[in-house]
Design a protein around this ligand. Structure first.
Ligand SMILES: Nc1c(N[C@@H]2O[C@H](COP(=O)(O)O)[C@@H](O)[C@H]2O)[nH]c(=O)[nH]c1=O
Length: 620
């Protein structure tokens, strides 16, 4: 159960960056605006009950995209007619929608389209404040044009640069906006609020603690073992439980295991579903004492990263790199630094499927937020059989970590226990922005930087990402034109455009129809890997021009983006791309950052300070 409305979440054990502590300490000082004493809370009345039920439904609708595409803020919108006393809330729903993925139509637009004329005078229920940004306002505009007269919002947007903007825009259009905990305060909304928090827990944790939302998952026998003493472990949990694990992986940006798991299980760690999001697989191994051959080294299944100690087995590192495995060295390999690295790469949620030693280390480093246990009705025994969590240094049972908001669910013969080690941070009170901090705590001086890095499309400058939802109208090779859903669609397809081969043309069509930039990227990358002969022979020399053509069209189509680009004048733009160091800058700056360069060239051209003729790279 998240902390009671308005109460400050207990200061997280995680050593979050100071300004987050500040936020929490600020919250501790600020009288809890929402923890109104029960006595003064108005008695619930039927419309509250309807509102709460429909808001809960919006959170459920938001969850429908999970696993289909890369984890992103989950938005759900339910439009319902004002109910009469007699009607049931559900019977009045006239439209629903959820955000499938970054770069696809927003939930509010989809719900308004489904509701049509019935939306006039109706109420829209949103689990999360609309995420309109980069200068366009599709979500707000859709609700206004549909004739919505009231909006109920579960959570204000947790990201500082978005919080409150859409609510203000709706209210300025004369729409009544009721926010849970502010305008709607009664016990009925507690459950609905919890579902709004849960469906976006990853983003809330990431925004609050600057590490991805981490879930520790393990399967154990009734006598608490995760394998026989021989290390043999398949299978402890049943087929249905393992199906839930594949779903969990589909919701995660990355799955992490330790060296032991690789040596003993040789896992694949894939989500096993045909469509949908494929998480990156991360192996943490100090010694790099890993097998030459392993399922994880087959990067056609999924991307693999090996995190190791600086200098470990350099010859083996090279062998892995030749297989396409990315090796990242850390000065001191530990869960917190690896999570901070994953944060920098834009990861929202991470699933730890590691053994007991690494699990204990991650819990001690306070990077685990939630625990999911599959317990099977089996006894395996074994004095040395491995257990789920190694040494935590606790000698008294009273020191045990009590899971918060724990729940049980039976899955065939197994029992699923899940619970939080740290409550979901309810970020409604404002996290001080960088410019507010000095007035709140003069000790903290916002870092001076002129590097603007971007990765996920909902970050402040996320609109610079090729995944941002900005369709571009481009002429194609035979003079016709086509509306590409995103720059990424256009770029990936052009690996195969112009190749005189029916299979290449099919791939171009597949990418044109991909439902999200992430899917377009996955199709483009996997086809390029599997059928290199279908890629145009001059791709390596023309890809920069292809990209430049696309981003020029994008920025000239959307003036809000050009203004945003010009606002960065003087700053270096870096794309913190996790997958390739050609377009991205990489964590240590080892990447070529061509996307950042092209954006800076475009900015200069627009500002008239850069002759359009000079090619990227020559001027650098
Ligand atoms: N044995 C066991 C689990 N083992 C975990 O799953 C990994 C194997 O993943 P994959 O190769 O993709 O099937 C293995 O390395 C370990 O992390 N998980 C479970 O849910 N239930 C089980 O009974």
């Amino acid at each position: 159960m998240p902390p009671p409305l308005g109460a400050a979440a207990p200061a997280p054990a995680v050593t979050a960056p100071s300004f987050v502590h500040l936020a929490l300490s600020t919250r501790l000082r600020v009288p809890a605006p929402r923890a109104a004493a029960a006595a003064s809370v108005p008695a619930p009345h039927s419309s509250d009950a309807h509102d709460a039920l429909l808001l809960h439904r919006a959170a459920d609708v938001a969850d429908r995209s999970a696993g289909l595409t890369s984890p992103h803020p989950n938005f759900g919108c339910v439009i319902a007619r004002p109910q009469r006393e007699t009607d049931s809330a559900d019977s009045l729903v006239v439209g629903e929608g959820f955000l499938y993925a970054q770069g696809t139509p927003c939930a509010e637009l989809l719900a308004a389209q489904e509701a049509g004329e019935h939306a006039r005078g109706a109420t829209a229920y949103l689990n999360l404040e609309p995420g309109d940004c980069y200068g366009d306002s599709t979500a707000v505009r859709s609700l206004v044009q549909a004739g919505i007269t009231r909006v109920v919002v579960g959570l204000r947007h947790p990201l500082k640069h978005l919080r409150g903007k859409a609510i203000q825009a709706l209210r300025s259009e004369g729409i009544q906006v009721d926010v849970v905990g502010e305008d709607l305060q009664n016990i009925l909304f507690e459950e609905a609020l919890k579902s709004c928090l849960t469906v976006n827990a990853p983003m809330l944790y990431r925004a609050a603690f600057h590490v991805p939302f981490s879930v520790l998952k393990y399967a154990m026998t009734a006598d608490g073992k995760i394998a026989a003493s021989s290390g043999h472990a398949s299978w402890i949990s049943g087929k249905a439980s393992r199906g839930r694990v594949f779903e969990l992986r589909g919701r995660s940006d990355a799955v992490i295991v330790g060296g032991n798991t690789v040596r003993f299980d040789d896992p694949r760690l894939t989500a096993r579903h045909i469509e949908g999001h494929v998480p990156v697989r991360i192996v943490m191994s100090q010694s790099l004492n890993l097998p030459e051959e392993a399922n994880l080294w087959n990067v056609n299944d999924a991307y693999t990263i090996v995190a190791t100690q600086r200098g470990a087995r350099r010859d083996f590192q090279k062998k892995l790199a030749r297989k396409g495995v990315e090796v990242v060295e850390f000065d001191m390999l530990n869960p917190r630094d690896v999570m901070s690295y994953c944060y920098d790469r834009g990861y929202l949620s991470v699933l730890w499927e590691c053994g007991g030693t690494l699990a204990a280390s991650a819990i001690s480093a306070s990077v685990i937020h939630k625990v999911i246990v599959f317990m099977a009705p089996k006894i395996i025994g074994g004095l040395n059989a491995p257990t789920p969590v190694g040494e935590l240094g606790m000698s008294q049972m009273t020191q045990a970590i009590n899971l918060i908001d724990h729940s049980y669910e039976q899955i065939d013969r197994d029992m699923l226990l899940s619970g939080y080690i740290q409550p979901i941070p309810d970020l409604s009170p404002v996290i001080p922005s960088m410019d507010e901090i000095p007035s709140v705590d003069p000790e903290i001086s916002p870092y001076e930087t002129n590097i603007i890095s971007f990765y996920k499309t909902w970050d402040t400058f996320g609109a610079f990402s090729n995944f941002s939802p900005h369709p571009i109208h481009m002429p194609d090779e035979n003079g016709d034109s086509f509306m590409w859903p995103s720059v990424e669609h256009y770029y990936q397809a052009h690996k195969f455009v112009g190749v005189d081969n029916p299979q290449a043309r099919t791939i171009v069509q597949e990418i044109k129809l991909a439902k999200s930039p992430e899917e377009a990227a996955r199709i483009g990358r996997t086809r390029q890997k599997r059928f290199p002969e279908l890629v145009r022979t001059d791709w390596e020399t023309t890809k920069i021009d292809v990209m430049y053509r696309a981003i020029k069209q994008k920025f000239s189509t959307y003036p809000g983006l050009t203004n945003m680009l010009l606002s960065t004048a003087g700053s270096v733009l870096v794309e913190a791309s996790p997958h390739d160091l050609f377009w991205g800058g990489g964590r240590e700056g080892e990447g070529l950052n061509y996307l950042g360069r092209l954006l800076m060239q475009l900015r200069s051209e627009i500002m008239g300070t850069f002759p359009a003729s000079v090619k990227v790279g020559e001027a650098a």
